[in-house]
Design a protein around this ligand. Structure first.
Ligand SMILES: Cc1ncc(COP(=O)(O)O)c(C=O)c1O
Length: 509
């Protein structure tokens, strides 16, 4: 465990603070140069270039405890040169990372980030502008407004639209649902939620936990979230209609309906138009039911001529979460909340903070703090801007299309393979499938699928995930890397078959 070296402190000579500061001042200045940064930046460059060919392990076979034991040391009392620190990082940590830039990493929905955006992270940190208020970030707050405007234009919204960058989809959905809460209960910020009639939230059973978490966080209670069953992995709109009718009969107000565009497990899309129709049909005293679209993963479909049909009707939403750190391949953190009417987001946070927030029209336009859950906030918009400037939106849309095509190609390969059973056609870059070698009973396969996944990941050949669908353990991939091609997913199938053979042998089959 990390420790401050208290045991030896009695024996240590008491440091001279002036001497310490003199040395620190010198080191701080020395570290400002490009040459000083080189050892750290070189590690990143070596990683990004070194993974191109897809050779070498994707992950580590060491346990967390092995790595923790290696790190178990006393807290440094004094520093050491940056190149030594870089060397230490290389030997103590970096061999055991998950290499997301390796084309055979086809695991969770975390991207292999675009290189120009990676380098921009250093710039964001160097300038360290806080996005809460314009006076702390004179050029990046207007930049965020500009980039968000590009995005709301893509959705098809007018000049009332706006939003904010977020830490990710979870924060975006939470903030959107706070806005929905205010729209239904205007005095909720000061008075809290009414006991009667307490509103409910509706979402699909496949919805990301961000929705339940938001209900818990805002004091609505997770019991007030009604999950609608799925049909073909998307929200069953007929079941939603039945539920809305029952709620109307009981005069239960509905705070919002959350549709998902690219759900976490299977990447499938809810029928936004059909759900928007129901939001209008079952409107309450304050207008249509609030429709939030969680497009954290599938937002990139908005950009794409071939995929846009999957988000048809998205402009009818009141709010959208969309994570550039997923399918726009930015490094974390880069999430977005887009609002059809930005004033509804400001209404969600009726915050007074005279030491920070200025009043007046100018502040209302540029300050982002009054409509963000965060106070100190990085200028993550800069890496989105640099990515757009460097690569352009059309090539990035084509990249999303390609990841979807690779998932589709994998689906085809699996359909033709005797050891696997497909479960759904991919609607985005995510695919789940079952490992079903002959003569192994399903309950045993549920157990062995986890063994196979673990064995495959530890082999270094690649890295994938696993989930449960209809009580069955299934393998899952998310193609989030510009380097991953059909040849790589073919290697994935071959690797699973080879490791699977060993798993079956060990299990006595
Ligand atoms: C559909 C969906 N919504 C929300 C989230 C949460 O996003 P974040 O991890 O950026 O908070 C995810 C993450 O996987 C997701 O798939």
């Amino acid at each position: 465990m990390p420790r401050y070296p208290t045991g030896s402190s009695a024996l240590r000579a008491i440091p001279d603070p002036e001497a310490l500061l003199a040395q620190l001042d010198e080191e701080l200045e020395a570290d400002t140069t490009l040459e000083a940064a080189e050892p750290i930046l070189a590690l990143a460059a070596k990683y990004l270039t070194g993974t191109k060919k897809g050779v070498g392990p994707v992950s580590t076979w060491h346990s967390a405890q092995t790595i923790a034991d290696r790190l178990d040391s006393e807290m440094p009392l004094r520093g050491r040169p940056l190149d030594e620190v870089a060397q230490r990082l290389a030997t103590h940590l970096l061999d055991d990372v998950n290499r997301l830039a390796h084309p055979m990493y086809i695991g969770h929905q975390v991207s292999a980030p675009l290189p120009a955006a990676v380098w921009t992270d250093a710039l964001i940190s160097a300038y360290n502008q806080s996005m809460a208020v314009r006076e702390m970030s004179p050029s990046f707050t207007p930049l965020e407004r500009q980039v968000i405007a590009w995005m709301t234009d893509l959705v098809g919204w007018d000049s009332r639209a706006g939003g904010t960058m977020t830490s990710g989809g979870t924060e975006a959905t939470f903030s959107a649902l706070l806005a929905a809460r205010t729209a239904v209960i205007p005095n909720v910020w000061t008075h809290g939620l009414p006991v009667m009639p307490t509103p409910v939230l509706l979402c699909g059973e496949h919805t990301h936990y961000a929705v339940l978490r938001a209900a818990g966080e805002m004091g609505l209670g997770t019991n007030r979230v009604i999950t609608i069953p799925s049909r073909d992995h998307s929200m069953d709109v007929a079941a939603l209609r039945v539920k809305l009718k029952q709620l109307k009969d009981k005069q239960t107000p509905v705070m919002a309906i959350v549709a998902t565009a690219g759900c976490t497990a299977t990447g499938s899309f809810d029928d936004i138009n059909a759900i928007a129709d129901l939001c209008a049909e079952y409107k309450g005293a304050r207008g249509d039911i609030w429709l939030h679209v969680d497009a954290a993963h599938g937002g990139a479909a908005i950009l794409s001529d071939t995929q846009r049909f999957r988000v048809a009707g998205i402009e009818r939403a009141r709010s959208i979460s969309w994570d550039p750190h997923k399918t726009l391949n930015l490094p974390m953190a880069a999430g977005m909340l887009l609002m059809r009417d930005e004033s509804e987001l400001a209404a969600a946070f009726s915050q007074q903070a005279p030491y920070l927030f200025a009043s007046g029209d100018e502040a209302r336009v540029w300050d982002t703090g009054p409509r963000s859950f965060q106070c100190s906030r990085r200028a993550d918009v800069l890496k989105l801007y640099v990515a757009l400037e460097r690569y352009g939106i059309e090539p990035l849309a084509a990249l999303y299309d390609r990841t979807c095509r690779v998932a589709l190609a994998l689906h085809k390969m699996l359909e033709e393979h005797p050891d696997f059973t497909t479960i759904h056609e991919p609607q985005s870059s995510i695919l789940c499938f079952a490992w079903t070698p002959k003569d192994v009973p399903t309950p045993k396969l549920n157990e062995l699928t986890d063994v196979l996944r673990e064995r495959y990941n530890r082999s270094g050949r690649g890295w994938i995930t696993v989930t449960t669908m209809d009580k069955r353990r299934v393998l899952r991939v998310a193609v989030m890397n510009a380097r991953t091609t059909e040849a790589h997913v073919k290697k994935l199938v071959d690797g699973l078959v080879a490791e699977g053979r060993t798993v079956l042998q060990h299990a006595g089959y």
